[in-house]
Write a protein that binds this ligand. Sequence first.
Ligand code: ATP
Ligand code: MG
Length: 282
Amino acid sequence: MSPVAVPVPKPALWPVDMPLQPRPRGPLWIGVAGKGGAGKSVLCGTLARVLGRRGYHVLAIDSDPMPGLAHSLGVEEPDTPLLMGAAEKPAQGPWRLKSCIGPMTVVRRYTTPAPDGVRMLQLGKAGKDGLNPVNGSVNAFLGTVRRMHEARSLHDWAVVGDLPAGPRQLAAGFSPYARIYVVVVEPTSQSAMTGRRVARIARGPLGADVIFVASKVGGADERRRVERLLGESVELEIPADEAVRDAERRRLAVIDAAPEAPVVRAVEGLADVIEQRRMESS
Ligand SMILES: Nc1ncnc2c1ncn2[C@@H]1O[C@H](COP(=O)(O)OP(=O)(O)OP(=O)(O)O)[C@@H](O)[C@H]1O
Ligand SMILES: [Mg+2]
């Protein structure tokens, strides 16, 4: 007798399995994704600040276990993620967002204030024991982003999410809020390959729009190179700009250290493109 094939259960995506399906989202809910080191955090933090200056309430979401966004927003990294205070561990079962706390309460109470009226929500940072010590925060984070669409008042906010390198978090449902993905691509084939993968997931199962940005480019040739490698056009370019490293050396956000720098001007151009999309889609 031949053995009966027993279906092997699909392992849960760490730490919460979540169906990839489009949900209602606010028109200015954005995810920033791409390859490691492409310039995502600099772009994301600066974009959040630019939108804050234009009068939006802004939620900046940091789901990268490595540092980055706090610096480009111009705030100190909290020692422990504020979201730990919103998490509970039932006797049976994993950590979760406290049942009495909704997404808007999270935004009001468990986020770090940044300049220009921006609030920063953090997943938590990995230490020497990885993310284990902040599992509560990670699961509270997922509980929040999965339910963000339920908070009607947040639909008027601009949301800008800084994702870690690569397509993994998108595919695992860490950014269900994003209606538009800004995909950041440097002029290298590796960066373009990751950009294409990210865009495929964003446009496919996530049902989101994509804006390609050529990052750290030295001129029109490099922008064209990015377009050639991607096989499609990019919406705009972020120049390679010494002001970014100068600001890092001074431990300042680039928008504070050099508000007139070409990189800041370029991110203002990106905010224009995003606002234009909003008008077209409403
Ligand atoms: N427009 C720019 N011009 C020059 N240097 C830049 C620019 N943008 C970012 N950088 C530099 O590139 C490095 C990576 O930038 P950033 O941290 O924003 O990338 P990232 O994509 O968020 O990286 P990670 O994948 O590690 O999170 C930083 O050291 C920063 O100084
Ligand atoms: Mg980063």
